[in-house]
Design a protein. Structure first.
Length: 226
């Protein structure tokens, strides 16, 4: 059967499973972290939890994580995944993140995820809070109106990149190779060298051609080992 590329998990995590996945990519929760959760799946799930279900603690940690680690996000895949969503508040969040990240040209396409008037983060009281405290500078001027202080920004709530690299194989490969489908596929082969090209493409959310090439390159280095 021909490989059919998918771009997001069939079922995104929520509740305790999401908390463990977030801990697995370096967000500091007092739980047992999941081993090597997919980074973009976790980011998307966390944004849905925050924007659609009103979990501001999750959204705070997610936003802080993005501010510290955005250079290692596979933005192409994240944009494609959010484009498939039909939840306008979550799409607005990522469009606002793109405005905040305008200096990184990879986010340019993501900025178009929301059209129309700005959306308030809070369901009530946004105008009052903004008049009283101003706007969160990360989102000021974007399509998402966030009063200052609503989303806590404390870097100590998130592991630094060196710490994440010690525990998350795909993040480590992204630091070495750049945030790409290739890096994720390589880390998947490190965990399971017996993956077929089709299985590797599915796990890495990439194309069959990329998976085939990665398997070939991985085999070359394996054969060169003493």
């Amino acid at each position: 059967m021909a490989h059919r590329r998918r771009i997001i998990a069939e079922q995104l995590r929520s509740g305790d499973r999401l908390t463990r996945a977030m801990a697995g990519i370096g967000m500091r929760f007092a739980v047992t972290a999941e081993r090597d959760p997919n980074i973009e799946d976790t980011l998307v799930a966390a944004s849905i939890e925050g924007m659609e279900r009103g979990d501001l603690r999750t959204l705070s940690l997610l936003t802080t994580w993005i501010g510290i680690h955005r250079r290692w996000i596979n933005v192409d895949r994240l944009t494609r995944a959010v484009m498939d969503l039909t939840v306008p508040r979550t799409r607005a969040f990522w469009s606002a993140v793109a405005s905040w990240s305008a200096s990184d040209r990879r986010f340019a396409r993501m900025a178009r995820l929301h059209s129309g008037p700005p959306i308030d983060l809070l369901t009530v009281g946004t105008d009052f809070q903004i008049k009283r405290r101003g706007e969160d500078p990360r989102f000021e001027g974007s399509c998402l109106r966030v009063p200052a202080g609503v989303l806590r920004d404390r870097p100590s709530d998130v592991d630094p990149p060196g710490e994440i690299s010690r525990t998350h194989t795909a993040f480590r490969r992204r630091v070495l190779m750049g945030p790409s489908y290739r890096a994720d596929m390589w880390s998947a082969l490190e965990r399971n060298p017996l993956l077929s090209a089709a299985a590797l493409a599915r796990e890495g959310y990439g194309s069959f051609a990329t998976a085939w090439q990665v398997k070939g390159d991985f085999a070359i280095l394996e054969s060169a080992e003493p």
